[in-house]
Design a protein around this ligand. Structure first.
Ligand code: SF4
Length: 370
């Protein structure tokens, strides 16, 4: 698995704490050069089943820049012919020619950051697109890609259940293959954080957010989307293979500023600041720091709390194969406690969250930290 971080956006959104910023043409060129150097240095010819260009807004790079990156990935890894190759894009940054170009470069999955189809809400979020652009972009994307995902956010300032219902109905009409939908989180360093602190962010009440969650989880399945992870829904066979890789503990390479990597034993992360990343790569200096050496115990914990994010849960047999001990010998107490609370269920080999457990995932995951 390969993740490539493109930290540039047209402008910073009001709620965004991702490693992203508005970037100029020269900086983008220098960044692409640095990225290419990093991939050349670290590539090991290993087999790759998924590649994910995330950001930021990767589609703020031109096709020529993306082509250079893709080529260097192919030169340094064995990218399987059936690999899932995703690029995140935002409405307002792609047109027909650009989408045709992406397809030509080998991208076969497009993830569109729509967030809402409501003009007033998009304005509050500080997005560059309006509802019409979003709808047109999704429709256009479907012309070129048969695997299109849309990201939405709920719990937005001034959002009502009716507004959310309209967004969900829009998804039904657009008939995309995949939907990711997250609750808004107010993060430090964002405009929303400042507004919330000043009491000027009209967020929906907690009980309304809970009703929104219920509306999403009840409505999307009626439109043919299976919930396969806490926040992700897909039509049959359109689950994100890349994200499933993270939840099943696969190894991954992360390239670019702030990108994380995992080699099966050690987690590392690259320097987050874009200018420093470029400078260090140019000087031939190391850009990554060790975040965590994953001990056997930490690996067992991760197996559980990452795997339980999937609606299908985890397999006791897989746990035994991987660690040589029975999951109930290590986590028996935690599993039984959460079963009693109605948050976990055990069915033969499978251990998975109940509906209530899915809503309170973080409470269960915390329990798996021994
Ligand atoms: S487009 Fe996405 S990554 Fe860029 S600023 Fe907005 S939320 Fe952040």
């Amino acid at each position: 698995m390969i993740y490539i971080h493109i930290p540039f956006c047209v402008k910073k959104c009001n709620y965004c704490a991702f490693n992203s910023k508005a970037g100029g043409a020269a900086e983008k060129n220098f960044y692409v050069e640095a990225l290419i150097k990093e991939i050349n240095l670290r590539g090991d010819n290993s087999a790759v089943q998924t590649i994910y260009f995330g950001g930021g807004t990767p589609t703020t790079l031109n096709l020529n820049q993306l082509e250079k990156i893709i080529c260097v990935v192919r030169e340094n890894f064995s990218v399987e012919s059936s690999a899932e190759i995703t690029i995140e894009a935002n409405p307002g940054t792609v047109d027909e020619n650009y989408l045709r170009g992406l397809k030509f470069l080998g991208f076969n999955r497009l993830s569109l950051g729509v967030q809402s189809f409501d003009d007033a809400l998009l304005k509050i979020l500080g997005r560059i697109h309006d509802s019409r652009t979003a709808i047109e972009t999704v429709a256009l994307a479907k012309k070129f890609f048969d695997n299109v995902s849309v990201d939405l956010i709920y719990g937005l300032p001034n959002q009502t259940l009716d507004k959310l219902r309209r967004d969900l109905n829009r998804i039904k009409n657009l008939d995309v293959q995949h939907v990711s939908i997250y609750g808004l989180e107010i993060e430090e360093g964002t405009k929303f954080f400042e507004l919330a602190r000043a009491g000027k962010l009209p967020l929906p009440a907690e009980n309304i957010c809970a009703d929104m969650y219920d509306l999403i989880t009840e409505t999307l399945p009626t439109f043919g989307y299976r919930r396969y992870e806490i926040s992700n829904f897909a039509k049959k066979n359109f689950e994100s293979r890349h994200n499933l890789g993270y939840w099943t503990g696969k190894k991954y390479f992360g390239f670019g500023a702030g990108a994380h990597s995992f080699d099966g034993k050690v987690r590392t992360s690259n320097i987050r600041d874009v200018a420093t990343y470029i400078k260090k790569i140019r000087a031939g200096e190391n850009v990554s720091v060790i975040e965590e050496k994953v001990t056997r115990q930490a690996a067992m914990e991760e197996f559980c709390f990452l795997g339980l994010r999937k609606v299908d849960g985890i397999s006791a047999q897989d746990f035994y194969k991987k660690f040589g001990v029975k999951i109930f010998d290590v986590f028996g107490e935690v599993i039984n406690k959460n079963r009693r609370l109605g948050l976990l269920e055990v069915d033969d080999d499978k251990i998975f969250l109940t509906e209530r457990g899915l809503a309170l995932g973080n409470v269960v995951f915390a329990d798996f930290l021994l």
